[in-house]
Design a protein around this ligand. Structure first.
Ligand SMILES: Nc1ncnc2c1ncn2[C@@H]1O[C@H](COP(=O)(O)OP(=O)(O)O)[C@@H](O)[C@H]1O
Ligand SMILES: [Mg+2]
Length: 493
C-alpha cells in the first residue's frame, strides 16, 4: 500500500481518561511521590526543599517549595504536559528525571488538583491541572492576582518552584484518614526521605548539599552503611563497565556488631523489618537511593551475615538496561552483571560469617546430659548452658538457693567447659564463635537486673560502679550500648 492511499485521522487520547490512568502509573506512596518531586528540585539545582503537609480537616494540602532555577512560562507549559521528555533522549548526568511523567504521575497518585507556581529570573508563571475539569487538554493558567494569593513567601524574593496538591483524595484515602494516621504517614515519609536522599543531605555529593524541611523540621541524613562509624568495615570497592562507556561501582560494607553501637543506632540500622530484611544491595541512581535491601535472587536472605550491605552506583545512562520504573522504586539487575555480582557476593561470603544450618548440636562428650550446648544459627556459633541440666535446673527452680547449691552449680559449669569443641571451632574460624547474644536487649536486661544489687555492693556510689562495669565482662565488650543505656536512664551523665 502506497503512502498516498493512506488517509489520516487525528486520534488523540481523551484527556481526562489518560490523566486518570496516570494516577496509577508506578506504585507511589506519599514518600515516593514526594521523592519524585524532590528529584526535580535537585535537577533544578535547588539547595533547599520545604515540604508542608497540612491535614486540614481530612482535606489535606501538600506544598513543596524549592529554591532551584525555576521555569520560564514556556518551560512550565512543556513541563505540565504528560510525557514531557522522551525517555530515550539523553539526560544530563545529574538529571534525576526519567520518563517526563514524574511530576504529573507522582502528584496525581495523591491528589486531583496540581498547581505549579514557578519563578525564573524574577518572572512568575503558574499552571493548574484539575482532573475534575480537564476537558480537551485545557490547562488552567493563573493570573498575577491568583498567584499572589497562593505564592509561598520564599518565592517572593528568589527563583524557585512551588507545587501544590489539593483535592488529595488518594492521600486522605477518600477522607477516611484520621489526623493521627496522617501524622504517622508524615513520620514515615520523613524517615524514607532521610534514607533516599542521604547522600545529598549529608553533603557527600560534592557541591550538591541539600536541605529538606518537612513542616519546618530539617531531615537528617540516614546512611544505611553507617560509614561514619569506625567499626563499619568497607571492603574493597570495584568498578564494572557496562555498555560502551558507563561504569557501575560496587562497594560492600559490613556493619558494626551491635555491641559496638548504642541501642538507638542499632534500632535505626535494623529498621522495623530487622537487620536480616535490610541486608543486601542498595542501588543508587545518580546518588539517589532507588532500591534497598534486595539480593536480586542471587543470595537467599539469611545466607550471608545479616550485617552485609552492598552499595551499587548506577548512572542514569543505564536506565533502560536496568529497567528503572516510572516511580523509580524498582529496577532489574541486567543479566550481564549477574555473574560478576555473584562472584563478589561469593568473596564476601568468605569474609563474613557463613551459614551453617543446624538446629544446635549437643556438645559431643559421650554423655547424654551435657552442661553446655553448642548452638549454630545464622552462621554464628554460641555455647549456651543447658537450663535442663539437673544441677542447673535445681538452682533455677529453688527460690532462695543456698550458698552451697550455688557453689556446686558454678563448679559444675567450670568443670564441664567445652574446651575441646571450642578449640575446634575457634581453629576453624574464630570469627564465627560469638558468645554475646545477637539481641542487644539481652544485655540491657542483664544490666537492669544486676545493677541494683551491684550498686548496693558498691556502697551506692554510681561512679565507682560505672568504673567497675567498664572493666567487667560482658558489659565492657558492649560499652557503647551499656553507656548509652545508663545515660538514657539518667543514671550517669
Ligand atoms: N522543581 C522544578 N524546578 C524546575 N523545573 C522543574 C521542576 N519540576 C519539574 N520541572 C520541569 O518539568 C519537567 C517535567 O518533570 P517530570 O514530569 O518530573 O519529568 P522528568 O523529571 O522525567 O523530566 C522537568 O524535566 C523539568 O524541566
Ligand atoms: Mg521528574
Amino acid at each position: 500500500m502506497g503512502q498516498r492511499e493512506l488517509k489520516f485521522l487525528t486520534n488523540p487520547p481523551d484527556a481526562a481518561s489518560l490523566m486518570t490512568s496516570a494516577r496509577s502509573f508506578g506504585n507511589y506512596d506519599l514518600s515516593s511521590a514526594l521523592a519524585d518531586l524532590i528529584d526535580n528540585s535537585i535537577t533544578a539545582k535547588a539547595r533547599t526543599v520545604r515540604v508542608y503537609c497540612l491535614y486540614s480537616n481530612v482535606d489535606p494540602i501538600v506544598r513543596i517549595v524549592d529554591d532551584g532555577h525555576g521555569m520560564a512560562a514556556t518551560e512550565l507549559e512543556v513541563a505540565m504536559r504528560p510525557a514531557s521528555t522522551n525517555p530515550l533522549s539523553q539526560r544530563s548526568p545529574d538529571d534525576l528525571g526519567r520518563f517526563g511523567w514524574g511530576m504529573k504521575s507522582a502528584s496525581f497518585s495523591q491528589c486531583k488538583k496540581l498547581t505549579v507556581i514557578t519563578r525564573r529570573n524574577g518572572k512568575l508563571s503558574a499552571a493548574i491541572w484539575d482532573l475534575d475539569d480537564i476537558d480537551k487538554w485545557k490547562m488552567g493558567i493563573l493570573s498575577g492576582r491568583e498567584i499572589e494569593k497562593l505564592i509561598d513567601p520564599h518565592l517572593q524574593d528568589r527563583d524557585g518552584t512551588q507545587i501544590i496538591w489539593n483535592k488529595c483524595d488518594r492521600l486522605s484515602e477518600e477522607g477516611s484518614l484520621t489526623e493521627q494516621d496522617f501524622n504517622r504517614l508524615i513520620v514515615q515519609a520523613r524517615n524514607q526521605l532521610s534514607l533516599t536522599f542521604h547522600r545529598f543531605l549529608s553533603g557527600e555529593v560534592r557541591g550538591r548539599r541539600l536541605s529538606i524541611f518537612v513542616n519546618g523540621t530539617p531531615i537528617e541524613p540516614y546512611d544505611p552503611f553507617y560509614a561514619s562509624n569506625l567499626a563499619t568495615q568497607m571492603l574493597g570497592s570495584e568498578e564494572i563497565r557496562q555498555g560502551k562507556s558507563a561504569r557501575i561501582r560496587i562497594r560492600p560494607y559490613i556493619l558494626p556488631h551491635y555491641s559496638k553501637l548504642a541501642l538507638a543506632d542499632y534500632d535505626r540500622l535494623s529498621g522495623v523489618e530487622g537487620l536480616l530484611r535490610n541486608q543486601g544491595f542498595y542501588v543508587y541512581r545518580q546518588h539517589r537511593l532507588i532500591i534497598k535491601g534486595t539480593w536480586f535472587g542471587l543470595v537467599k536472605h539469611g545466607e550471608l551475615s545479616q550485617l552485609v550491605r552492598i552499595a551499587i552506583d548506577v548512572p542514569n545512562s543505564l536506565d533502560s538496561m536496568w529497567k528503572v520504573s516510572v516511580d523509580k522504586s524498582d529496577a532489574q539487575l541486567p543479566a550481564a552483571l549477574r555473574y560478576r555480582l555473584q562472584q563478589i557476593v561469593g568473596s564476601i561470603r568468605g569474609k563474613s560469617a557463613k551459614v551453617i544450618r543446624s538446629k544446635g548440636a549437643k556438645v559431643a562428650t559421650g554423655c547424654k546430659i551435657s552442661v553446655w550446648n553448642r548452638h549454630v544459627r545464622d552462621g554464628e556459633i554460641r555455647y549456651l548452658i543447658n537450663r535442663h541440666h539437673p544441677v542447673i535446673k535445681t538452682l533455677l527452680d529453688t527460690e532462695k538457693p543456698s550458698l552451697s547449691l550455688m557453689q556446686a552449680a558454678l563448679q559444675t559449669i567450670e568443670q564441664s567447659m567445652p574446651v575441646h569443641n571450642l578449640g575446634q571451632d575457634l581453629g576453624a574460624d574464630a570469627s564465627k564463635v560469638n558468645q554475646i547474644s545477637s539481641d542487644p536487649r539481652t544485655i540491657i536486661e542483664q544490666l537492669e537486673i544486676a545493677l541494683p544489687p551491684m550498686l548496693l555492693e558498691a556502697g551506692g556510689l554510681m561512679d565507682k560502679l560505672t568504673k567497675e562495669l567498664r572493666r567487667t565482662e560482658p558489659f565492657a565488650q558492649s560499652w557503647a550500648l551499656v553507656e548509652s543505656h545508663l545515660q538514657a536512664k539518667g543514671w550517669i551523665n
